[in-house]
Design a protein around this ligand. Structure first.
Ligand code: ATP
Length: 282
């Protein structure tokens, strides 16, 4: 079975509180995009399923999120055999775009189909939660408000048609380190999540773009922040209606009304950065 695994961007990311269990309660407006990995899921040739990708540094066995999802499915559904998963990665890794979670979600959907288990999307999302907190959103896709660790989802009206340019600078940002730098009481600027929801309901693309904001930008190390701001600056210069960092970074995206301007932004960014993608909402 062949299928796509779509990346996500955060239209907003807010951190509400640190919980007793050490995790943070988040509030995020998430959007899936057409940038996607290509997966082939087939019954395993050997006794144990494998995950093979075109990136040599990704784990191939049970540590690949695709195989973790397959194991979680077997355990929860009590059906579905071992599967081999072949992945053509297009979503950059450790980029704040939920690439691994997207692969995991796609495997859940594939196994549900292949095994004939007939689980509902909600049931698949609950299984996905055991693999990672972004997996439930990746199962559902579209536009949603994600709360808790990201697993509590409320569907939102779709992002109006637009063009999205994503640029991933060549460094990674440690998510635990980023969380450790956040002092929830000291966050001065937060996204207007209610305003974002209202803009989506009104189909107001400019209103959405104006409200895009990610609180992690406040706690980035200065040299990382400089790179993020530089990319945001190019996107805005080229006509983006708004630009922001996705997840725990370092990917930055801009939302455009005009495809020509989005193409220009991609070309401008490619003069300085290697990983630049033009895609749309999904
Ligand atoms: P998020 O936005 O959910 O924080 P991310 O985009 O920052 O995710 P991923 O690309 O999902 O990060 O990868 C995170 C880690 O998961 C990497 O260390 C990678 O080695 C591991 N990993 C395991 N399986 C996969 C997979 N199928 N695709 C990508 N990464 C995987």
């Amino acid at each position: 079975m062949e299928l796509f695994a779509n990346a996500k961007i955060n239209l907003t990311l807010d951190i509400l509180r640190k919980r007793e269990d050490g995790y943070h309660d988040l509030q995020m407006v998430m959007q899936s995009v057409t940038l996607a990995d290509e997966l082939t899921v087939t019954p395993a040739k050997g006794a144990q399923g494998e995950a093979v990708s075109d990136l040599h540094f990704l784990p191939t066995g049970g540590k690949n999120l695709a195989q973790m999802a397959a194991a979680a499915f077997r355990q929860a559904a009590g059906t579905g055999g071992e599967v081999d998963v072949s992945i053509r990665k297009h979503i950059p890794v450790c980029a704040g775009l939920a690439g691994g979670s997207a692969d995991a979600a796609a495997v859940l959907v594939a196994m549900n189909e292949l095994s004939g288990a007939g689980l509902s999307p909600e049931e698949l999302a609950r299984i996905g939660e055991r693999v990672g907190s972004d997996v439930p959103f990746c199962v559902a896709g579209g536009t949603a408000l994600a709360e808790g660790r990201g697993e509590r989802l409320t569907p939102l009206p779709p992002l109006p048609p637009c063009h999205i340019v994503i640029c991933k600078p060549p460094f990674s940002i440690s998510t635990p380190q980023l969380f450790s730098r956040v002092n929830v009481r000291r966050i001065v600027r937060r996204p207007d999540t209610a305003g974002m929801t209202a803009a989506l309901e009104a189909g107001d693309l400019a209103g959405v773009a104006r409200r895009m904001y990610n609180v992690f930008e406040d706690v980035l190390e200065p040299r990382r922040l400089a790179a993020i701001r530089e990319i945001e600056g190019v996107l805005i210069d080229c006509g983006a209606l708004g630009a922001s960092m996705s997840g725990s970074g370092p990917s930055v995206f801009g939302v455009f009304h005009s495809e020509r301007q989005a193409q220009e932004a991609k070309a401008r960014l490619e003069e300085s950065w290697r990983d630049v993608f033009l895609c749309g909402p999904r």
